[in-house]
Design a binder for this molecule. Structure first.
Ligand code: ATP
Length: 335
């Protein structure tokens, strides 16, 4: 399978008079292969947006090697820009324009055949609402319009920064369905998020970033399996006595409210045998599988670092700190 995005050893430091020197990305690696829906997970301020901006040439990295669709980025990104759709920054849609007119304008500006507008609206499920003004759109619809704008040129790679941010459950579901159908049509998707459940539902691969560093990467099921403590929830009539019996059999067990949790067990029949032999019949024996949330919290130290201030979205770059932006049609959503 070929690499669609490769990042090795990316480092980016911001300097400001107020906060001094801040290492936003600290030797970060990322590999996204063709056909993946790849989740890019990390707490607020962990470096996701900075990584994506560096990849797309919107901010200049201190060091590191990056490539997109096989071309070194950002140097030769223009060669593949026509096959990359990205929504990383806040876009400005004219509220008085209809969705259709907005896309037609963007298509013309980007040299894309206007016939592509209908297809893009269809793909994001806005074909029926394309004649309505954008100011009447819900946030979810605006998000989908932003995705449609990134789809105008029929990209092979779609990069979405926090597409579910601010959406209600219905909007999140729509976004999820949209990503799935795009992936089914052969588009590789990289989606950054701090919404763990969403990533677990949508993505097949994940890279977790914490304080600018990669702390886990791989297939979602493999990352989860790597953190499986082989725990079981056990319900019996006498939990305290059950714990004593399990300890005597050299198993680790603790009472957890009206049940007990046994860990480090690969074969659950051992538990029922130890207890059954002493007349304690097991009423429930449930494997406690890790979910992405518990893995994420474990790896990132419970999320947000209070010493790291939240990014101000439109923080003014320092003179000379930014690279020359590349015309990638990078858009975000006007909330
Ligand atoms: N233009 C900037 N100037 C100074 N510091 C910045 C700038 N952009 C980002 N940072 C800092 O770099 C760190 C990483 O920020 P980044 O926005 O990349 O994180 P993130 O993972 O995308 O967070 P979020 O989920 O909150 O968007 C933060 O400490 C942030 O304050």
């Amino acid at each position: 399978m070929s690499a669609v995005i490769e990042i090795e050893g990316l480092r980016k430091t911001f300097h400001s008079l107020r906060n001094g020197r801040r290492v936003a990305v600290d030797g970060f690696d990322l590999l996204v292969e063709e056909g993946q829906i790849h989740g890019f997970l990390g707490p607020n301020g962990s470096g996701k947006t900075t990584t994506l901006r560096a990849l797309l040439g919107l901010v200049r990295a201190d060091s590191g090697r990056m490539s997109v669709l096989g071309e070194p980025s950002p140097e030769l990104l223009p060669r593949v820009a026509g096959r990359v759709g990205a929504i990383v920054e806040s876009p400005q849609f004219f509220g008085n324009f209809t969705g259709y007119r907005t896309l037609r304008l963007l298509a013309r500006a980007g040299g894309v055949p206007v016939s592509r507008v209908d297809e893009a609206l269809e793909l994001v499920g806005l074909r029926d609402r394309g004649d309505e003004r954008v100011k009447g759109y819900s946030l979810g619809m605006k998000q989908r319009l932003a995705v449609a704008s990134a789809l105008l040129k029929d990209p092979r790679l779609l990069i979405l920064d926090e597409p579910a941010n601010g959406l209600d459950p219905a909007g999140i579901r729509e976004m999820r369905d949209l990503m799935r159908s795009l992936a089914a049509s052969g588009v590789t998707v990289l989606v950054s998020s701090h919404i763990l459940g969403e990533i677990q539902l949508i993505c097949d691969h994940v890279t977790i970033i914490s304080r600018g560093r990669r702390v886990a990467a791989g297939r979602v099921d493999e990352v989860l399996a790597g953190h499986d403590r082989h725990e079981f929830l056990v319900r019996v009539a006498e939990p305290e006595r059950a714990v004593e019996l399990l300890h005597a059999a050299e198993l680790t067990a603790v009472v957890d409210s009206d049940a007990l949790v046994v860990n480090g067990v690969t074969d659950s029949t051992v538990i029922s045998r130890v207890l059954g032999e002493q007349g304690l019949w097991v009423g429930e024996l449930t494997p406690l599988r890790p979910d992405l949330e518990s893995v994420f919290l474990e790896l990132t130290g419970a999320g947000e670092d209070p010493s790291v201030p939240r990014q101000v979205d439109h923080a003014a770059p320092l003179p000379g700190a930014e690279g020359d932006p590349i015309d990638l049609d990078v858009r975000g959503v006007d909330a």
